[in-house]
Design a protein around this ligand. Structure first.
Ligand code: M6R
Length: 366
């Protein structure tokens, strides 16, 4: 049921304050002092000794994995590789018993991810799942894992599953970082506190939909769009671009912002919308330089900025504000306006957002 929303996609975007809370509820202690992930209990010794994490997935789940890479490396200091399941399984990958493989899949049925899980198991790795559909094939094959508890996702374009996956990865990275002695207890608790505030902050962003719709109206006839971000917000740029492609059929590319000058800058002219994920973090000044490079070539900048960022206010054509937050949870906030932007562009272009052409909710063919 759409509960009064025009589309499942919009309903699912609006559910995110609740679904994110469901993902951490019962896992974050009520006094925000600790994280308990029961599904990892048996594999905790393996995670403590892991020499490498390999994260596999497809599409949006792969993007969540890329966010995870930044979080695990930052907070646990463990080397991480993120692979498309389809590449991993056919590449004769080097896997050993000290590797922990984490498979991310909303449906738990994606054929390539399932096959990659089986391969990793055969080669002796410990395999974990981060899935939504309880009892689906991937969780049945894994040694442990964490369900994301996002509820049924009907829109073909994944929204609430992405933020729930990232919520789980954030909890896992914080917990493992603390356990492995790489994250201080103080910083660990700051991340837990920040995570617990995410649902309220998303509610604030969801109040800005009228504005996002107006911006979408301005750009709905564009032919191409570029999405840029740095650090853990680079995968957010990739995910924002994928959402736009899937539902509006408008061509969009996500890039690490610094890569722009290695090619995509040739595309910039006064017809190109460039969506920049520019939350206040340690990359901020570099992102501002990238914005100036685009402006100098007359590109149109739509920036996702932290509340009260007047510097970018003046420099950009359009602004989506998000509440200030710790960098660990910025991916969860910055993706929300990009989901809404994709949704409204699609609506205004008249596409079928819940069932875009050529796409299936679960890709069970190889
Ligand atoms: O069920 P999964 O998470 O394994 O699905 C992976 C992809 O097929 C999926 O994320 C796809 O890219 C979505 N349409 C993205 O919105």
């Amino acid at each position: 049921q759409k509960n009064g929303y025009d589309h499942f996609m919009l309903k699912e975007i609006f559910e995110q304050p609740n679904t994110i809370e469901q993902s951490f509820k019962g896992r974050i202690k009520t006094d925000n002092s600790d994280i308990v992930l029961g599904g990892l209990h048996n594999v905790m010794p393996k995670l403590m000794d892991a020499r490498r994490l390999i994260i596999i997935g497809c599409g949006t789940s792969w993007h969540a994995g890329l966010v995870g890479e930044y979080l695990f490396e930052e907070y646990c200091r463990i080397p991480v590789e993120v692979e498309y399941a389809s590449e991993f399984r056919y590449r004769n990958p080097i896997i050993d018993e000290d590797d922990v493989v984490i498979a991310i899949s909303q449906s738990g049925e994606t054929a390539d991810t399932l096959a990659a899980v089986k391969l990793a198991k055969e080669r002796g790795a410990t395999v974990l799942g981060i899935c939504n559909v309880v009892g689906s094939s991937i969780p049945r094959e894994t040694d442990g894992g964490v369900y994301i508890h996002a509820g049924v996702e009907i829109g073909v374009a994944s929204t609430k599953a992405f933020t729930a996956q990232v919520t789980i990865l954030t909890m896992m990275a914080a917990l493992l970082g603390k356990e492995r002695g790489k994250l201080s207890l103080e910083d660990y608790r700051v991340i837990i506190q920040e995570l617990s505030e995410v649902p309220e902050k998303i509610k604030t962003i969801l109040k800005t939909t009228d504005h996002i719709r107006k911006v979408a109206d301005k750009y709905k006839d564009a032919v191409n769009a570029l999405y840029l971000g740095r650090g853990a917000l680079f995968p957010v740029a990739l995910e924002g671009a994928l959402k736009l492609k899937e539902v509006s059929y408008l061509h969009a590319e996500g890039y690490a912002a610094a890569e722009m000058k290695h090619g995509p800058i040739a595309l910039v002219d006064d017809n190109l919308p460039v969506v920049v994920v520019a939350a206040k973090d340690r990359y901020y000044e570099k992102v501002v330089s990238n914005i100036q490079e685009v402006k100098a070539r007359k590109g149109n900048i739509i920036a996702v900025v932290s509340e009260g960022d007047t510097q970018l206010d003046k420099m950009c054509d359009d602004i989506f504000e998000i509440p200030r937050s710790h960098p660990a949870v910025a991916p969860l906030l910055t993706i929300i306006p990009l989901q809404l932007f994709a949704y409204y562009v699609a609506i205004l272009r008249g596409t079928d957002v819940d069932q875009p052409r050529n796409l299936a909710k679960s890709v069970t063919v190889e």
